[in-house]
Every structure is written in structure tokens, then in C-alpha cells.
Design a protein around this ligand. Sequence first.
Ligand SMILES: [Zn+2]
Length: 307
Amino acid sequence: MRFNPKARIDQSQIQTRRGGGGGGGMRLPIPGGGGGRGGQMGIGTILVIVLVVVLSQCMGVDIMGGGGSPSSGGDQTTANECQTGEDANQSDACAIDLFTTSVQNYWKQAYPEETGDQYDVVQTVRFEGSTDSGCGRASSQMGPFYCPNDRKVYLDKTFFDDMLEGQLGAAGGPFAIGYVVAHEYGHHVEDQLGVLGKIRTQKGPKSDAVRVELMADCLAGVWAKGAQETRDQDGQAIIEGLNQDDIERAINAAQAVGDDRIQKRSGGRVDTDSFTHGSAEQRVRWFNKGMSEGTIKGCNTFATDNL
Ligand SMILES: [Zn+2]
């Protein structure tokens, strides 16, 4: 795929920030067994930590509300250089922005058609370093997440750099960025649908947490199906030449973040009782279901036990 060079990024949907000094910050939970084994952390270990943290934070640290610590300040809003599809073809940061435009323009149209309600356009905060969020301090180590308290998607560029270099076990490619952006906006769609308020069980193969994550994967698939027809504010195509290889790359990214894959990478044993996002196979299956059915209704993971 490539972006239509003339497509325009909707800058009103994006905030770019560079984090101020260390302030507050969150301790990284080290997954099982970490810490014990000598001082040296291999790159593999670091990546596993990053991934586990990405997953555990994907829904935001404070999903049930209550607002995190506002803290520190010192964040600088930076000028956004990204304007067009041309920019997005050349820079991953700009690609994040144009995918945001694509995903939200898709839902602006599709959400009312299916639900009869308006879709609330929200903002992506694209940051480097760390920044404040309604769910506490967001840092690069946390990876992408949606914060329901301030209804914003937080994306740090470092995560995508790692993903595109294949360090997270995904094959990379621009459409993999699209998958991640669309997954996070899937949580915003769930928020609007009232699904996030239904989370009671946080862990396990049939937990509400897993259902919410698989539904977000499915909603990412719904967007993927409509991505090539989605237009910018001027009615111009955004994504061109989407092919099976692009889809495979999105699927590959979904697999790489399956709980079983991460557990294998971190220690070797797959423990379904601690699943929070679903297995690689489940994540891909729900993404594909979204892509083939193309409806929110088809993504109702709460209506089935066949996850
Ligand atoms: Zn998620």
C-alpha cells in the first residue's frame, strides 16, 4: 500500500508532544522471573518487558476511571510537520497521523450508519519521551493505549520504530502501524458503545478483558475492510493499492502481540489463566472476522463463548 500523496492529515485530530523532564513516571512491572538473573538485561528481555507492558497498558492504567496523577507538567506541544500523504509515505510519524485520520473518518461514517448515534472524534496524542494523560503519566515504555478518562489515544513513536524494525516479532510494514492505531480506536468505539463499563474480570481466557481486546482487534479488521474506500476531509482517497501482503503484515502484528507468544518469549510456558488479550490465533481470527463481516455487530465478543 501507499498513501495518496495528496491526501491531507486532519491535524485537528492530532496533538504532538515532547515530554518534559522525568516527572513521576510509572514503574515497569517486570514479568515473571525477571530481575533475578544477573545484572545484564539482554535486548530480548527488554523487548519482552516492553511488549508485556504494552499489553497490560493497552487499555490505559485506570480503565475504571478515577484519573491518574496529573503531575509534573513541562510537556511541550510541538508543531506538527506532517501534512500530507506524501509526508506519510516518507515518515512513520506522519503515517501514524494519517492512519488516525483514516480510522476516524471511517468511523465518522460507519458508526452512525450502524448504530444511529454520532461518532465522537477524539484526539491522538503522539508523543516522544513521556507525557501526562488522564490515566497517569504515559511513557515510551508503555506503548500505545486508549485512556477512557480523557478519551484520547496515546501513541509514542518509539513503539512503532521497534515494531517496524521487527524487534517485537512482527514483520513491520506501514499497514502494521494502521492495525495498532485502529486497535486503539477500537477501544474508543467500545467506550462509546458502553462496553468498557462491562469489564468485571481482568484475567483468563474467557475474561472480560480478553473479550474487550479481541473486540478491538475485530474493530480494527472492520476498518481494514473499509480502509481503501475511506476519504479525507476533501473527499480524496487516503490509502491506495492495499494488497494481501499488507493484510498479512497487520495479521502478523496481531499475532506478535498474542498472550501466548509473549509468554513463550518471556519464559516458555503458556498460562491461559493469565491471558489479558487473547492468543495469537484468537487475535488473528477476530481481526479476520471484522474484515470479512465489516460490522460492529459481528465483533460482539460478549455474545459468544466461542472466543
Ligand atoms: Zn487493546
